[in-house]
Design a protein around this ligand. Structure first.
Ligand code: SF4
Length: 279
């Protein structure tokens, strides 16, 4: 076992906040090594303590599909990726049915997701109706474009408990959104008491260790209810296809390193799409 890696992991387990260079050391470890298994063991130990051993499953209902002009290169809704021929929208009844299904099946939170073309006012209206229809106080989470302080207040008043928001890898370069705008949204959400869920995402082989570290530490600064790591899924024909994809074992390692970098103050460690190896 590499002594330095063990020391970094033990520092995190002992409650120490990892620095950027320390996190970089962890991320640089081969995911099929003894050191990686120690990182994953420690990560799971930390998660068991922060969550008191309880895992959660969150279900998301999409309100519409394509063709989003923001053109984030990793996204299947991006107009540039040509996954959908034409945009379409779910009816309110379909959305409510999807949310009630998740609630009935025991999901721990229900998310509503819309692309950047979906009108914010309409999103609020749907949110209110869904909140009314849900039978329990299951948290309702908004996965929606950027908004100002008034928008944050309106989300709260419409019955949302929190938001999912991330400063994505490549934000501002392979997306048409300024990272500062994303961060402003998070600040607005915090001001009105919306809980933040976030992740290091969408992770692919094209990302340098430095960018993984930078974006992971941004998630920690957001003081989220959960952070974690999500994988980029390759869209055939998209500009990112040439890079290929990370495999699940590799993602489990990254997820574990992120967990240790979050420390005990961040309760949850999320991965999406589901990865059974993830700590
Ligand atoms: S803003 Fe959202 S929906 Fe639009 S392309 Fe980017 S990730 Fe996809």
């Amino acid at each position: 076992m590499n002594k330095k890696i063990k020391e970094i992991v033990d520092k995190a387990l002992g409650g120490g906040l990892l620095t950027g260079p320390e996190l970089k050391e962890l991320l640089a470890v081969d995911y099929l090594s003894e050191e990686s298994f120690y990182i994953q063991y420690a990560s799971r130990k930390m998660s068991i303590e922060t969550t008191k051993g309880k895992g959660e499953i969150h279900g998301q209902v999409g309100l519409n599909v394509g063709l989003c002009p923001k053109n984030c290169e990793f996204c299947s809704f991006a107009a540039v990726n040509k996954v959908f021929d034409k945009p379409s929208q779910c009816s309110l009844e379909e959305v409510i049915e999807g949310c009630l299904d998740f609630e009935r099946e025991g999901a721990n939170a229900v998310y509503l997701m819309a692309t950047a073309t979906y009108k914010f006012e309409d999103f609020l209206k749907v949110g209110k109706e869904v909140r009314k229809a849900l039978k329990t106080d299951i948290p309702l989470i908004a996965n929606v474009g950027d908004f100002d302080y008034e928008g944050a207040k309106a989300l709260r008043e419409s019955g949302f408990t929190g938001i999912y928001h991330a400063i994505r890898l490549g934000e501002g370069v392979i997306t048409r959104i300024d990272p500062k705008t994303r961060m402003e949204t998070v600040k607005n959400a915090h001001k009105v008491g919306l809980v933040i869920g976030t992740c290091l995402e969408p992770v692919g082989p094209e990302h340098t260790l430095d960018e993984l570290v930078e974006k992971t530490l941004i998630t920690r600064d957001m003081k989220p209810g959960y952070s974690g790591a999500g994988r980029r899924i390759t869209i055939p024909g998209s500009p990112l296809e040439k890079h290929g994809m990370r495999n699940y074992a590799d993602m489990a390692h990254i997820l574990a390193a992120v967990r240790l970098a979050m420390g005990y103050d961040v309760v949850g460690n999320c991965t999406h799409e589901p990865n059974l190896l993830g700590p």
